[in-house]
Design a protein around this ligand. Structure first.
Ligand code: ADP
Ligand code: MG
Length: 388
C-alpha cells in the first residue's frame, strides 16, 4: 500500500488541450478515493499520469515517499482497470489473470535480483504456486471459477469486466486505478459489482482511486470524494459533507441528482422583505439572508436549493408562484419545474401526488436550505463571507 500525491499537476496535450490545470490531490494510504466529475474534466488523464502512461507537463507525482515522474510505468507498482476491458482475446481467463504476474517478474530479472541479494530467492515451483493461489483467490472472490478456461469472447460484458478486475487483483499492486470500470454494464450488474468492489477493498486493502462521472456511484463507494471539473479539483471530503456543503458553485451544480437549482441574481430589500432579483423577476425569500447586518441590497449572489428542499402548495400564500413548465414522472418521485419570467425552480415531489399542469403552483422553502455562492468567485458563502 502507498499514499499517492499529485502536486500542482498540469497536462497539456500536443494538440494544445489543457486537460489538467494545476491539479492538487492527496490520497491516503489504503484509502478508497473516488474521483468524480463530468465527462471531459480530466479524470482519465489524471489516472494515466499516476499509472505512468502519460507524462505531466508540470508538477510532481508521488507514490509513497517516492517522486515517480521519471519512473517507468512497470516499476510504479500500480494496476489500472480501464473503462472497457482490455483482456487478451487469444488467452483464456486463467492466462489473462497470470499474464501480469509473468510480465512483472520475468524469470531472468528475478534471478538477477536474487544474485544481487535484492529479493528473496524463490523457486519456480514456489512462484507457480503463488500464482496459482492468487488466481484461485481472485477467481473465488469475483466468481470466475467456472470461467477460467474460457476466452474473453465467450464471456458477457460483466464477466469480462470481472476478469479485468481479477487481472489487476492478482498483481497485488500498492495502488489500484479504476477508470469507470462499471459504466458499460447494465444497472443491476453495476450495483452488484459495486458492492463487490466495496468488499474487495476491505479484503485486499490497497490504495484505490476510482473514477466515475456518476455522483450517486461516488456517494455509494467513497471514503472520500474529490470533485474534478475543468482540470482542477474543487473539493475533497466525505461524500455527505460535499453534498451538504458544496464548497463551490461548480460542485453544487454537479454533485447530486436531481441537480440543484441555481439562480444567479441580485439581493433586493424593500420594507423588511427580501428577495432575489433575477432579470425582471423577483423570487421572494422567507427571511433576511444570513449576513453580518450590513446593508446588502444589490449584492450579486448565486442561490442554490435542491429539488427535495422545495415544497409545492396550492392556493394563495407566501412563496413563489409559477406556471408548470415541465413535469417529469420518474416513478417514486416527480420533478415539477415551475417558472415565472427568468426564475425557474424544479421541485421533487412524491410520485403518488397528482400535479395538474393546468394551474399555477406555489413553491415554498426554508431559508436554512439555501446554499449561497459568491457570483464573482463561485465560492460558498456563510454569514455573508466566503467559507473555509
Ligand atoms: P474524462 O476522463 O474526465 O472524461 P479526459 O481526461 O479523458 O477526461 O480528457 C480531458 C480533456 O483532454 C478532454 O478535453 C479530452 O478531449 C482531452 N484529451 C484526452 N486525451 C487526449 C489526447 N490523447 N490528446 C488530446 N486531447 C486529449
Ligand atoms: Mg475518462
Amino acid at each position: 500500500m502507498a499514499s499517492v500525491s499529485l502536486e500542482n499537476i498540469s497536462k497539456i496535450y500536443p494538440n494544445g488541450v489543457a486537460a489538467l490545470r494545476g491539479l492538487n490531490l492527496d490520497i491516503q494510504d489504503g484509502e478508497l478515493l473516488v474521483l468524480v466529475g463530468p465527462s471531459g474534466s480530466g479524470k482519465t488523464t489524471a489516472l494515466r499520469l499516476i499509472a505512468g502512461l502519460e507524462q505531466p507537463t508540470a508538477g510532481n507525482i508521488r507514490i509513497g515517499e517516492r517522486r515517480v515522474n521519471d519512473v517507468p510505468s512497470r516499476d510504479r507498482d500500480v494496476a489500472m482497470v480501464f473503462q472497457r476491458h482490455t483482456l487478451y482475446p487469444h488467452l483464456t481467463v486463467r492466462r489473462n489473470l497470470s499474464f501480469g504476474l509473468d510480465l512483472r517478474r520475468p524469470i531472468l530479472a528475478r534471478r538477477l535480483l536474487e544474485k544481487l541479494g535484492l529479493c528473496q530467492p524463490i523457486s519456480d515451483g514456489q512462484a507457480a504456486r503463488t500464482t496459482a493461489e492468487r488466481i484461485a483467490e481472485a477467481a473465488q472472490f469475483l466468481e470466475l471459477q467456472d470461467l477460467l478456461d474460457r476466452r474473453p469472447n465467450q464471456l458477457s460484458g460483466g464477466q469480462q469486466q470481472r476478469a479485468a478486475l481479477g487481472r489487476a487483483l492478482v498483481r497485488r499492486p500498492a495502488v489500484f486505478l479504476l477508470d469507470e470500470p462499471l459504466s458499460h454494464l447494465d444497472v443491476p450488474l453495476r450495483s452488484s459489482l459495486r458492492r463487490q468492489l466495496h468488499l474487495l477493498h476491505r479484503r485486499f486493502p490497497a490504495t484505490m482511486i476510482y473514477v466515475t462521472h456518476d455522483p450517486v456511484e461516488a456517494m455509494i463507494l467513497a471514503d472520500r470524494v474529490a470533485v474534478v471539473d475543468d482540470g482542477v479539483v474543487w473539493q475533497v471530503d466525505r461524500p455527505t459533507a460535499v453534498y451538504e456543503k458544496p464548497g463551490h458553485r461548480r460542485v453544487a451544480a454537479f454533485f447530486g441528482w436531481p441537480s440543484m437549482n441555481l439562480l444567479d441574481g441580485v439581493l433586493s430589500a424593500s420594507d423588511n422583505s427580501w428577495g432575489l432579483r433575477v432579470g425582471q423577476t423577483t423570487l421572494p425569500l422567507p427571511a433576511a439572508p444570513p449576513g453580518d447586518g450590513q446593508p446588502r441590497d444589490g449584492l450579486a449572489l448565486t442561490m442554490g436549493i435542491r429539488p427535495h428542499d422545495l415544497r409545492l402548495a396550492e392556493g394563495a400564500g407566501e412563496g413563489f408562484v409559477g406556471e408548470v413548465r415541465r413535469l417529469e414522472a420518474l416513478g417514486n418521485f416527480t420533478l415539477v419545474t415551475l417558472g415565472h419570467g427568468a426564475v425557474e425552480l424544479t421541485a421533487q415531489v412524491d410520485g403518488r401526488e397528482r400535479i395538474s399542469a393546468e394551474r399555477p403552483w406555489r413553491v415554498v422553502f426554508e431559508m436554512e436550505r439555501i446554499h449561497w455562492f459568491d457570483r464573482a468567485t463561485g465560492r460558498r458563502l456563510a454569514g455573508g463571507r466566503p467559507e473555509g
